[in-house]
Design a protein around this ligand. Structure first.
Ligand code: G1P
Ligand code: ZN
Length: 544
């Protein structure tokens, strides 16, 4: 087997976004495209020689060929060992778990998360560091800088590695260890949750759940956990076989894309509990019978009930939420007497807080919830957390949420996405709004008065790094907010995200339709940002 050094020229578009480098499959299949980026990662490891990595992906189209390329390049770069998930499968939280448990020097996750897959779909490469979390900005910037000057990469000329049989083999002088994709993750879940109690609930005959894996990576994990280990009847997990194109679906667990599950939970004879996860298993959606739990509320409710769960029985150190996420969690933190941190969008900003022990639970409005057990958001962890609470409290999902609102008040919350907007028009909208920001304070719009308006900047309390331009915030005197930002994960044009939040302390007024309750704020956003004009769209493409 010989190491081949291949000359190459840089691509200018390999800047990692909110969550790794994400492009269409054809873009990744361009000669040298994947190789350039992977070599840039290895060069940034500096030195790669002797290191151990974890490697796996969500099973989407191009997962297997990419794994072979990454392995052969690892061997050529002197990496000592790669722990690769069997069949190339590792969910994002499971990769984080493996990195931490075996103290590898990092890991590579192949996924474009909730973006559609298939030959014309999306693909992605994400590098996680030794703490198990997404590489922080200084690392992604170093990888990007390297990608702009790269002139060669190294790859071993060798036959493909068998990634389907568990156990060790040699690729040149590197050891490839094919590991069970589920076992380590399942053991971690067992250490956190009261499996006996959850099993009692699931086998009582009085409680039914439905888990939609959306033909994506959590299928094998969900079958193992809910059906094999916790005793739920076969068929509890739907769409549980990972498919390269996710069955043609859009593996994003929200009310629009997880419609099969939504129909079941909002239909007649609905089960008591429903959940879905995304392409790579880090997102979750929680439903009760005829009831949707917003991700922001879910974070607040997990925090308020954390001591019911063995892994968190001694209480939580703090909560962290991304800036656009509703302030429901802040109210719980206040009552618990712990800090609540507001970070920019993207899980990478939680890593330092978790490592420093300042936050225990983290969440994003984009269906992401997690804790210090790994350094990624974790879909099935959130499902188990809810099941543990339901098993202890013996109430319905709806009762638990409504009691929560009575105690803490309700934060009405919604996000409107405008997808596929022309990039220059989206930028014009943002630029115009930015120029208005200094003039808004004190102005009244209907019943709302602007208290502050800014472009969110974050100073990391641990390493002091500053991240600017993280989204436009318009806050009103009653605590309501409008937030606007452009997505950092899309691959076509721009996606404008507009977030709305209003607080309702009065239990008598907590049962309105969300879009109606937010109607006035929605109109104000249009007034201020001229969304229809710039997007050319009458209404959002997705409302969550
Ligand atoms: C989106 C979400 C963000 C999440 C990210 C990765 O990023 O908004 O909360 O961390 O996906 O799952 P965006 O496209 O908004 O940049
Ligand atoms: Zn994801």
């Amino acid at each position: 087997m010989t190491i081949r050094t291949v000359s190459t020229t840089p691509f200018s578009d390999q800047k990692p976004g909110t969550s790794g480098l994400r492009k269409s499959v054809p873009a990744f299949q361009k000669p040298h495209y994947l190789e350039n980026f992977v070599q840039s990662i290895y060069d940034t490891l500096n030195p790669a020689a002797g290191k151990t990595l974890a490697l796996g992906g969500d099973g989407r189209y191009y997962n297997r060929p990419a794994i072979q390329i990454i392995l052969k390049m690892a061997a050529a770069n002197g990496i000592a060992r790669v722990k690769v998930g069997q069949h190339g499968i590792l969910s994002t939280p499971a990769t984080s778990c493996v990195i931490r448990k075996y103290q590898t020097d990092g890991g590579i996750i192949l996924s474009a998360s909730h973006n559609p897959g298939g030959p014309e779909g999306d693909f992605g490469v994400k590098f996680n560091t030794a703490n198990g979390g997404p590489a922080p900005e200084k690392v992604t910037e170093a990888i990007f800088a390297r990608s702009k000057e790269i002139d060669q990469y190294k790859i071993l000329d060798a036959p493909d590695v068998d990634i389907d049989t568990l156990g060790e083999s040699k690729l040149g002088s590197m050891t490839v260890e094919v590991i069970d994709s589920v076992a380590d993750y399942q053991a971690l879940m067992k250490s956190l949750f009261d499996f006996d109690r959850i099993r009692e609930l699931l086998t009582s005959g009085k409680f039914r759940m439905c888990m939609d894996s959306m033909h994506a990576v959590t299928g094998p994990y969900a079958h193992a956990l809910f059906e094999k280990c916790l005793g739920a009847p076969a068929g509890t997990v739907m769409n549980g076989t990972p498919l390269e194109d996710f069955g043609g679906g859009h593996p994003d667990p929200n009310l629009v894309y997880a419609h099969d599950l939504v129909e079941i939970l909002f239909g007649s004879n609905a089960p008591d509990f429903g959940a879905a996860s995304d392409g790579d298993g880090d997102r979750n959606m929680i439903l009760g019978r005829h009831f949707f739990v917003t991700p922001s509320d879910s974070l607040a409710i997990l925090a308020a009930n954390a001591t019911l769960v063995p892994g968190y029985k001694d209480g939580i150190a703090g909560i962290a939420r991304s800036m656009p996420t509703s302030q429901a969690a802040d109210r719980v933190a206040e009552k618990l007497g712990v800090a609540c941190y507001e970070t920019p969008t993207g899980w990478k900003f939680f890593g330092n807080l978790l490592d420093a022990g300042k936050a225990t639970l983290c969440g994003e409005e984009s269906f992401g919830t997690g804790s210090n057990h790994v350094r990624e958001k974790d879909g099935l962890w959130a499902v188990l957390f809810w099941l543990n609470i339901l098993a202890v409290r013996q109430q319905s999902v709806q009762e638990i949420v409504q009691e929560h609102w009575q105690t803490y008040g309700r934060n009405y919350y919604s996000r409107h996405d405008y997808e596929g907007v022309a990039s220059d028009r989206a930028q014009e909208l943002v630029d115009r709004l930015q120029s208005l920001l200094p003039t808004l304070k004190g102005k009244s719009y209907g019943s709302y008065q602007v208290e502050y308006s800014d472009d969110f900047a974050y100073e990391d309390p641990i390493d002091g790094s500053i991240s600017r331009n993280q989204g436009i915030r318009i806050g009103f005197t009653d605590g309501s907010r409008i937030v606007l930002r452009l997505s950092g994960t899309g691959t076509q044009g721009a996606t404008l995200r507009v977030y709305f939040e209003s607080f309702e302390p009065d239990p008598q007024k907590q049962h309105q339709d969300t879009q109606q309750a937010l109607g006035e704020l929605i109109a104000i956003a249009e007034d201020l940002a001229h969304i229809r004009h710039y997007t050319g769209m009458d209404k959002p493409t997705v409302i969550t």
